[in-house]
Design a protein around this ligand. Sequence first.
Ligand code: 2RA
Length: 327
Amino acid sequence: MTKLAVVGATGLVGEKVLEVLDRKKVPFDELVMFSSPRSAGKEIQFQGKTYIVEALTEEKTDGQFDYVIMSAGGSTSEKFAPLFEQHGAIVIDNSSQWRMHDEIDLVVPEVNQPTLNRKIIANPNCSTIQSVVPLKTLLDQYGLKRVAYTTYQAVSGSGLAGRNDLSNGEKGEAPTNYPHPIYNNVLPHIDVFLEDGYTKEEQKMIDETRKILEQPNLNVTATCVRVPVQDSHSVHINVTLDKETTVDELKALFKADERVVLVDNVENNEYPLAINSTGKDEVFVGRIRKDDSLDNTFHIWCTADNLLKGASLNAVQVLEQVMKLNN
Ligand code: 2RA
């Protein structure tokens, strides 16, 4: 008897989690959907049944759950994930709350396995998830010396409000979620600024890349940018390898690697595009070029659906991974 909880079931990512659970026919015997008190009572149709979303309370964490997927923000996860864990559940959390805790696994199933030191597993940041998949391929084959990211992140990464700001902007209305208009604009500002001038989003990519790839001394830097795109993040990865190789070798490597989809035929204007990634599970790489300004350095363009592989799909893949470990 497998009992599953989805916390944040009425949110943008939570809705996608349900969609992926259904599409992948993840096996469970009982499902409970939780939300904040504000959204409690909402009816959700799922696999032919009507579910009434319940307000999450401390008492309800003692519901004999085997697995919990949380997409409800850091403060909710800080309070409730340990309670679910104490009552025996394995918790997969989409917030940034637990990611950098030493004893907590930070998992991208194509890259690493959970140790389950704790029964809380953190889902990485969306722009990190899509980037470490091709980087793992390069790490295993050539070793990594340095990574410089520039991201072009969709507004859905900031939730429904981001989408509203994009559509409001089209109507010429002032933004609610961003410090400046996002419509017809590009904002080098995601999350809050830190004392060193980096943003929290940029620091997340740096710290999480090192943790997931188990490369604590890897030289990583990042510039994270919000662009007026509804869904799917694009990331420019400038990567320096430990060993020599060629563009053709890299293309052959990615073409043969089932963890990514190579889209790289510039003669035909074929390269990864956000609009072609939306709704898809895969991580797309292309526009692979040599960077002659540094030895063994290459440019890679990477896209993925930030709500799927960047969040809900990765969380469900982690669930499938731990279900396998438990059987
Ligand atoms: C964003 N990665 O895109 C952050 C959180 N989802 O806003």
